[in-house]
Design a protein around this ligand. Structure first.
Ligand SMILES: [Zn+2]
Length: 503
């Protein structure tokens, strides 16, 4: 190959390379004519490259207009740290304005002026007496600081008042405020205090529009009462329904049903077919407290004593003394939180009419024995029932809560029988179970200590002391949780009964 030829080949190569390079370069920069575009920064961070600043501004204006219409406000605030910088660039992967807007609303949402109400439950007084705590309560249930966004203070105030009127009537409320309650003549009750037990504060704020902002009184009232709209639903009344059946069908007690439907007001309220009722598990966002002074008469049932007279024929009997029930007037202080008696203490009792035990004389030679009615009351008298058998907070409360007689006061066997449990359980606390050997079992929970009086296998007579009233296990205050079962408690096939039906 001659030098000339070599050179021409090299030139050809260079040329061909050059063409190749040129062709590739043309491909790379094909659509890359330098153009004017805008870099969008949020808090100094690049979030997009857009073609037109006006397009973004128009888009933002439209969104602001939508928000204004949705909430009926005349100003929507956009983050003040959005910066748009003009740039000349070859890049062609421009961002759409909607995507820039989405990034902004995700990272630093638009705001409107309103009020944030904070309900702080961490400062409420701890309950001291009378009710079992739900052992299944989750951490969410114990959420202690709740924030509610509204556009104006009136909406929040009105919703709180509506919620308050779920628990007390407007008339009761007015009478407390104006100090026009009727004094107690013989028996009756007065509300000594009515208040919300949580610290509720409010402050004006710029509220991000992606947070829940309440604009409807009814909706906020329901949330204040049920905790969340997930907890409630609508029930349509059918022909056969009664308050009891509606409550039972929805795992509520009648009192809870009345609270959830203030229109029903009294237990005698009439239901009609097709009526829509609010049902569900209530979990009020604040604690509405009523402190009551209550004077009531408690009936003390007489007992029957049998006296045996061996001068008479066996089978012959007569009543020597007619029995009559006594009446004890009991004064108590009761604390009711959201319709539930939390604390009850007897501050005085007075005998209005003494109890006279019935004495029956029977023929035959046998020692004099005393045998009271069928079931003996398990605590001292007088007492206060703080919670009944039945649905409570969406769970079946399988006993009665008896309180008012004080910490350490005696607990008595309700019937003769054999002690089967003297034990401790996380929920029941220190407890005793008795097998009455007639098919029935009784259980006594939340005692002050492991029974000092009985051990498993012991035979007890009715009225024998079997424990001290306490507050152990899942309990919020001093009380006895008393259950009656037709088999060993909580075993498959065993049924629990309302103990009050046995007295
Ligand atoms: Zn209980």
């Amino acid at each position: 190959m001659s030098k000339k030829n070599v050179l021409s080949v090299i030139i050809a190569l260079i040329l061909s390379l050059g063409i190749t390079i040129l062709t590739n370069s043309e491909n790379i920069f094909k659509n890359k004519i330098p153009t004017e575009s805008y870099r969008v920064y949020l808090k100094g961070e690049l979030i997009g490259l857009i073609k037109s600043e006006d397009e973004l501004n128009n888009y933002i204006n439209d969104k602001q207009q939508d928000i204004k219409e949705k909430y009926g406000v005349n100003k929507v605030y956009i983050p003040n740290d959005i910066n748009v910088v003009k740039d000349i660039t070859y890049e062609n992967n421009l961002t759409s304005v909607s995507s820039v807007y989405n990034t902004i609303s995700e990272k630093s949402p638009f705001t409107i002026k309103g009020y944030v109400f904070t309900i702080d439950k961490t400062k409420s007084t701890d309950y001291t007496e009378g009710t079992d705590e739900d052992p299944n309560a989750t951490v969410e249930d114990k959420e202690k600081i709740i924030k509610i966004n509204v556009l104006n203070k009136e909406l929040f105030k009105n919703s709180v008042m509506k919620t308050v009127f779920s628990f007390v009537t407007e008339e009761e409320y007015e009478n407390v405020i104006n100090e026009t309650q009727n004094a107690i003549i013989d028996t009756g009750e007065i509300i000594e205090a009515l208040y919300i037990e949580d610290y509720i504060t409010s402050k004006e704020a710029y509220i991000p529009v992606n947070e829940k902002i309440y604009t409807n009184e009814e909706e906020l009232t329901q949330v204040l009462l049920f905790g969340s709209d997930k907890n409630m639903s609508v029930y349509t009344v059918s022909k056969e329904d009664t308050l009891e059946s509606v409550a039972e069908a929805n795992k509520m007690n009648v009192n809870e049903l009345l609270i959830a439907n203030s229109a029903l007001r009294s237990e005698n309220a009439l239901l009609y077919e097709g009526q829509q009722l609010t049902v569900g598990v209530m979990n009020p966002l604040f604690s509405m407290v009523e402190e009551k002074h209550v004077v009531s008469d408690q009936t003390i049932s007489y007992k029957t004593e049998y006296v045996y007279d061996n001068t008479k024929m066996v089978g012959e009997q007569y009543v020597r003394t007619q029995g009559s029930n006594g009446i004890t007037r009991v004064t108590q202080k009761v604390k009711i939180v959201n319709g539930e008696t939390i604390n009850a203490l007897i501050s005085g009792s007075e005998e209005i009419k003494p109890v006279v035990n019935e004495v029956i004389v029977r023929g035959g030679k046998r020692p004099t024995i005393v045998s009271a009615g069928n079931w003996g009351w398990p605590t001292n008298i007088p007492y206060i029932i703080t919670s009944n058998y039945g649905w409570r907070w969406g769970r079946l409360h399988r006993g009665v809560d008896i309180s008012g007689t004080g910490y350490g006061s005696p607990i008595y066997a309700a019937k003769p029988g054999v002690v089967v449990d003297v034990s401790y359980h996380n929920s029941f606390g220190f407890y005793v179970t008795i097998n009455h050997q007639n098919g029935y079992y009784t259980r006594y929970e939340h005692m002050a200590n492991l029974s000092r009086y009985v051990k498993p296998g012991d035979y007890v007579k009715m009225g024998d002391t079997i424990g001290d009233m306490g507050n152990s296990g899942a309990s919020q205050g001093t009380h006895l949780h008393f259950e009656i079962w037709d088999g060993y408690p909580y075993r498959a096939g065993s049924n629990s009964y309302n103990p009050l039906l046995f007295y």
